[in-house]
Write a new protein. Sequence first.
Length: 332
Amino acid sequence: MTLLEVRDLTVTYGNGAAAVRGVDLSLEAGRKLGIAGESGCGKSTLALALLRLLPPGTRVGGEILLDGEDVLTMKWGQVRAVRWAGASIVFQGAMHSLNPVHRVGDQITEPILLHGRATPAAAKKRTGELLEQVGLPVARSRAYPHELSGGQRQRVMIAMALACDPRLVIADEPTTALDVMIQAQILRLIEQLVAEQELGLIMISHDLAVLADTCDRLAVMYAGRVVEEGPARTVYEDALHPYGNALSAAFPRIGDPASRFAPRGLAGDPPDPSDLPSGCSFHPRCPVALDECATEDQTLRDAGRGRRAACVHVEPAIPGPATAAEDARSTT
Ligand code: ADP
């Protein structure tokens, strides 16, 4: 069974901001899905919606099936059980998420005890195992957050996220606050844990290169929608949607002099979700927009080879035996 199936998810904040607009996603156990997009495109809102962590007054529609059960219609008791034990989140900037006055070991033990998973002695033992798993000496469990480096604190956050053996881990910009060397270490650690424990991983980042390196598939979000989705490397190297292209071009590639001498970017900002442009919401910034893009909205279309994109320039794939075989290969 598919681990996570998101169908037509919409999130509108109390102030009318349509932050997520009709998102469909799916993820199998043991697979890694990256979600990319500039700041303000709805990535964190999507992540928070998955665990019903949005503020009161927010309207959420659609379905979020975790192991076949809809998180949106669950009773609160069940939602509490799902948080940590079903799915857990690693946020960016561990210093803000860890309690500064509690030892990190106690903070890892707490959810294990809260979810009735173990006796205090067994929970303490499990905490030691988790610290070892994330590459920290057990003795660090007695440290306070300020006594650890940024990378060590992020390892503690990952240990906390794994404490109740979740099936799905959502990592929201897990390495953005870290320097490049530590970032690489943490990414390899996440990859290793996902593979060893057959977890599903959703990793959110504005950095397409990091996602292409870590994830199997990539979804690019713009103005609350997924505008492109497909195999991670292909989307990064050869995006079909002009927004995916611009995002990918914004990160210089090592060894590519063209990107060094002519850094390409995208002028302007994503639109305010309370005041979206007509037609395709990317059209005011799009370098290849046609007249019709100002009036005609674009939805994701199947572009073949396991790829989907929402752009007037993308030719829909013609279904046939060859395409079906290619799709099967590219999604496994
Ligand atoms: P991202 O993670 O891609 O940076 P967010 O999900 O944080 O994007 O934000 C998407 C949009 O929703 C932004 O325009 C943001 O201002 C708006 N937004 C986020 N949180 C709230 C909130 N609590 N109330 C109203 N608008 C919000």
